[in-house]
Design a protein around this ligand. Structure first.
Ligand code: ADP
Ligand code: MG
Length: 369
């Protein structure tokens, strides 16, 4: 068999490998590059749409299965992982944020469910996976990101008088908490808030970002509306606890995003079961499975469940989020997994937005509760 025959067989074998999330041949999508053969080994570079891809193991074994044993003389495959994060195309009438490929909002029906905890830890998890990440604390009613990150000081003006984001845990951060004085009541009303938010989005030197994670204020008020209406958001993640999933405000949140044409990327259940720090036994204090049921009811992806664990709170109070302090702990892996699922949904959303109707469209109209 000639070298050319081997390359032809390799081409045919690689053509059969389907991206498990985009459901298209990876070769056709341009995700398999720098393919070469050296003796009995194939090497190639896999360019994913996110460095936080949850399915690397699956892709690796699919590639192996396609090539090893089917292409004559090939016994091994060496994969180099790479990523080029896909980007949200600007929605009509919405201004893109220069340099920001994806804006992902973390939203909740009410306060206290762990929205900020989720936003902060997901942002760090994406950063640890290798993505360039910003965090915008847009929760004007409870801007807790600085406290959770241990961030002090205020953003400074950079060249051309544009605001420079602050930096912590390798994230670029902007927060209303750094410009509101402690105890100062939020007297801003709709138009003023909208203006301040626009400044945070468009007049900050974010630089190149793969993901801008936005901690939205809870509920479905003016701020969420003006944010969602004015910016090209890739999608929103709904954070809930097991006990409030039946509440109308969670459903209202989902419906608000549907109406504004902002894709809902999925549901995360927080405080899902208590893991005893002494015996590791799990107790479902607030019930179990509510987040998954909610996701099912609205035909949305379920992005994961984060247990109730006192370590999360203890570290946050000291300005050290869990993902910065113990990224390789069991809890750290839970956040990594949630972050991966969010990143995967972002990739799918971008793909379906550009690839037309070949992808099953995310249902926009929710079924009645
Ligand atoms: N999974 C969890 N386990 C334990 N404590 C948590 C968990 N998630 C959040 N908390 C704590 O609950 C409180 C509310 O969380 P926070 O992220 O501030 O909620 P929100 O932003 O929705 O108001 C914080 O004190 C936080 O440390
Ligand atoms: Mg909060």
């Amino acid at each position: 068999m000639s070298d050319q025959d081997v390359l032809d067989a390799l081409q045919r074998a690689l053509e059969t490998v389907i991206d498990p999330e985009l459901h298209r041949p990876m070769l056709q999508l341009g995700m398999l590059r720098d393919i070469s053969v050296d003796g009995d080994a194939v090497s190639l570079r896999v360019v994913l749409t996110t460095p936080a891809c949850p399915l690397k193991d699956r892709i690796q074994s699919d590639l192996e299965a396609a090539v090893v044993g089917t292409v004559p003389g090939i016994a091994r495959i060496a994969v180099v992982w790479d990523a080029d994060v896909s980007s949200t195309r600007g929605l009509p009438g919405r201004q893109e944020i220069a340099g920001v490929r994806n804006a992902v909002a973390i939203s909740a029906g009410k306060g206290g469910v762990g929205k900020t905890t989720l936003a902060v830890n997901v942002a760090i998890a994406l950063r640890l996976a290798g993505a360039r990440v910003g965090l915008l604390d847009a929760d004007v009613y409870g801007p807790n990101v600085p406290i959770m990150l241990g961030l002090t000081g205020a953003p400074s003006a950079g060249p051309n008088n544009r605001m420079q984001p602050m930096e912590k845990h390798s994230l670029r951060v902007m927060s209303f908490g750094t410009i509101l004085k402690p105890g100062q009541p939020v007297i801003w009303r709709g138009p003023m808030l909208a203006k301040a938010l626009r400044e945070f989005l468009y007049e900050v030197e974010w630089g190149e970002l793969d993901y801008l994670v936005i901690d939205l204020p809870p509920g479905t008020g003016d701020v969420q509306l003006s944010l969602a209406q004015s910016m090209p958001m890739t999608g929103a993640v709904i954070c809930t606890t097991p006990q409030d999933v039946s509440l109308a405000d969670v459903s209202r949140g989902i419906e608000m995003f549907h109406k504004l044409n902002v894709p809902v990327l999925g549901v995360v259940e927080n405080m899902s079961g208590f893991i005893c720090p002494h015996c590791n036994e799990r107790t479902d204090i607030f019930g179990a499975g509510g987040g998954r049921a909610l996701a099912q009811r609205y035909d949305l992806p379920f992005l994961g469940a984060i247990p109730l664990d006192p370590r999360i709170r203890g570290l946050e109070d000291e300005g050290r989020p869990l993902m910065a302090d113990a990224p390789d702990s069991a809890l750290g892996h839970v956040f990594r997994e949630v972050a991966s699922h969010i990143a995967a949904e972002v990739s799918k959303e971008n793909f379906s937005a550009t690839a037309g109707p070949a992808m099953p469209a995310r249902p926009r109209v929710p079924p009645a509760a």
